[in-house]
Ligand binder design. Structure first.
Ligand SMILES: NC(=O)c1ccc[n+]([C@@H]2O[C@H](COP(=O)([O-])OP(=O)(O)OC[C@H]3O[C@@H](n4cnc5c(N)ncnc54)[C@H](OP(=O)(O)O)[C@@H]3O)[C@@H](O)[C@H]2O)c1
Length: 310
């Protein structure tokens, strides 16, 4: 594993290859998802120290599995846990709530599920309609001063919402959709993050597996992936063809395509870490091998040419 890096200005030191822990709450034979605790333990034993979760992932199940696993392995020290809140599960469905009262309670509930005294990074998972963004972030700042969280993030905020949220300079990290297939964040929000010293954590870095290079034109797409835009007939084959063009760079570095894709993100300035999801131990351990990949300026240019910024 390579040297730890600081996550933005948070004072938290992480290895740049983290784990997106939404699948670890999804043990399921049909999708070949291993028990999350086993996947997480293997990752930690191999040096991973940055875990991304949320209350929403299994309605607390992902957080609970992380809390239980870290307790059993006595491995909380040195692990950086990021979690998120905003979803309220009601009889009428899920609603978003960023009110200070809701977020304060959400942090307390996450602390219990994670079996810890402090959450390293807490994100507002999605913006709600009514709460002024600076008030929501102000509530997180008070939780930081109270020692319940160490740093503040928001996720799925537009540029205008980010500006409002960062009115007092409290924001440390932003999380949003970003990958080679959809690089729009580079235009819309990267400049704001760079100007304001805010770190960016991309989600869907592998476009739900499509950017690993394991898909061919003839792959039968699972029911789960069929609904995702990148797997739709009209664009799917084009994506597969472009991803295949990365094979030459992967072979030169003696790695797989997903290593090249993840390594590319780490060359983008506001990105300190990536959090690919993993269904099993093999995937998470393979993703960790990205740490050894050093792309050359020529590699980066080839990738830029294949997946240009629109
Ligand atoms: N803030 C938000 O609103 C938000 C939204 C979505 C996700 N997230 C976070 O971002 C993380 C990443 O997103 P994601 O997991 O949905 O998508 P992703 O990282 O783009 O894709 C993960 C999927 O890629 C495949 N994969 C991963 N590593 C592989 C490997 N080494 N070899 C082959 N296949 C591999 C697996 O799917 P298959 O086995 O099915 O191929 C895995 O489930 C999440 O875990 C979550 O923590 C945040």
């Amino acid at each position: 594993m390579n040297e730890k890096v600081e996550l933005g200005k948070t004072g938290l030191y992480i290895h740049s290859i983290g784990l997106g822990a939404n699948k670890i709450a999804e043990e399921n034979k049909e999708t070949n998802t291993e028990y999350g605790g086993k996947v997480l333990s293997a990752a930690i034993e191999n040096g991973l120290n940055f875990i991304d979760t949320a209350y929403y992932y299994g309605e607390g199940d992902s957080e609970e599995i992380i809390g239980k696993t870290l307790k059993e392995n006595k491995s909380r020290d040195g692990i950086v846990i990021a979690t998120k809140g905003a979803h309220k599960f009601t009889n009428d469905g899920v609603v978003l709530d960023n009110s200070p009262a809701f977020l304060t309670n959400a942090v307390d509930e996450s602390l219990k599920r994670l079996q810890t005294d402090v959450i390293d990074l807490f994100y507002i998972h999605f913006p709600d309609k009514n709460t002024p963004k600076y008030e929501a972030v102000g509530a997180l700042q008070r939780l930081k001063e109270a020692g319940k969280i160490r740093s503040i993030g928001v996720s799925n905020f537009s540029k205008d919402q980010l500006k409002e949220a960062n009115q007092n300079g409290y924001l440390d990290v932003v999380q949003a959709n970003y990958n080679l297939i959809d690089r729009s964040a580079e235009k819309t929000i990267f400049p704001f993050m760079l100007e304001n010293d805010i770190s960016f954590v991309p989600y869907y870095p592998l476009a739900s597996g499509l950017l690993t290079g394991k898909y061919t034109k003839d792959t039968v797409i699972s029911e789960k992936n069929k609904v995702r835009p990148q797997f739709q007939d009209d664009v799917y084959k084009k994506h597969v063809e472009k991803v295949g063009k990365l094979r030459g760079i992967a072979e030169k570095h003696d790695v797989n395509i997903h290593h090249i894709v993840l390594a590319f993100y780490l060359t983008r300035a506001p990105i300190d870490a990536v959090i690919p999801g993993a269904r099993n131990t093999g995937q998470v351990l393979s993703n960790l091998e990205t740490a050894a990949v050093q792309l050359t300026p020529e590699d980066i240019q080839i990738i830029e040419n294949i997946f240009p910024l629109d």
